[in-house]
Design a protein around this ligand. Structure first.
Ligand code: MN
Length: 218
């Protein structure tokens, strides 16, 4: 048996719906600008190739209950996203709904200064994810509808049909740049309607009729 020199933290675990099994999180990859209307609201051209960034696995908040308002920002924003849960051999194991929480003011500054998005995207609780719904590679994601509300008011509502890059396109492109392994989560980009959230806001994100996620900013 391997003896570790320091305590081995182990992966964050996400429950799989309808199963006793847990999904062990490895990398969290994210796609930027994958819906034309959101690319426009961010002031960019929608015809760019997919833009990838990543979050550490520890940013995943599987319980989806309370998320502390992060430090160093006065503009925390929500981005609802379809999340792919990867199995082996770059096959899709399942999917979930997630929220790519973003310190938008730090992202704007990073863009201005030509710096990485690290501080905009990486903080405790930055990637809340619902239970995982197992599926197979033939699943038609274009029929899924994403909807996010803040304190009961709908802020984002869109069809996965409007994604610029499909799940298969994203996986193929990402695998050309980095390793895609079992346990990886891929956030596939957010539709239009991102907005500022504050302490005590209750966020509900769902893939209509399939799976939901609730959390409160504290
Ligand atoms: Mn995003």
């Amino acid at each position: 048996m391997t003896k570790f020199a320091v305590k081995h933290s182990g992966p964050v675990l996400i429950p799989v719906r309808g199963s006793e099994k847990q999904f062990p999180v490895n990398m969290v990859y994210c796609v930027g600008r994958n819906y034309a209307a959101h690319a426009r609201e961010m002031g960019t051209d929608e015809r760019q190739p997919p833009l990838f960034f990543s979050k550490p696995g520890w940013t995943v908040n599987a319980a989806g209950s309370n998320i502390p308002y992060p430090s160093s920002t006065s503009d925390l924003q929500h981005e609802i996203e379809l999340v792919l849960a990867m199995g082996s051999e770059q096959n899709i194991y399942g999917f979930a709904v997630g929220v790519d929480l973003t310190r938008r003011d730090l992202q704007a500054r990073a863009k201005r200064e030509g710096r990485p998005w690290f501080s905009a995207k990486v903080f405790t609780g930055a990637a809340p994810v619902s239970k995982i719904i197992p599926t197979d590679d033939n699943f038609d994601f274009s029929n899924l509808m994403l909807e996010l509300s803040v304190n009961g008011e709908v802020r984002q509502s869109a069809s996965c049909r409007d994604m610029i890059w499909s799940p298969a396109d994203i996986i193929r492109n990402l695998a050309g740049e980095a390793q895609v392994k079992s346990g990886d989560l891929i956030f596939t980009g957010t539709p239009a309607g991102v907005s500022t959230i504050k302490k005590e806001d209750k966020i509900h994100a769902e893939i209509n009729g399939v799976v939901g996620l609730d959390f409160t900013i504290i």
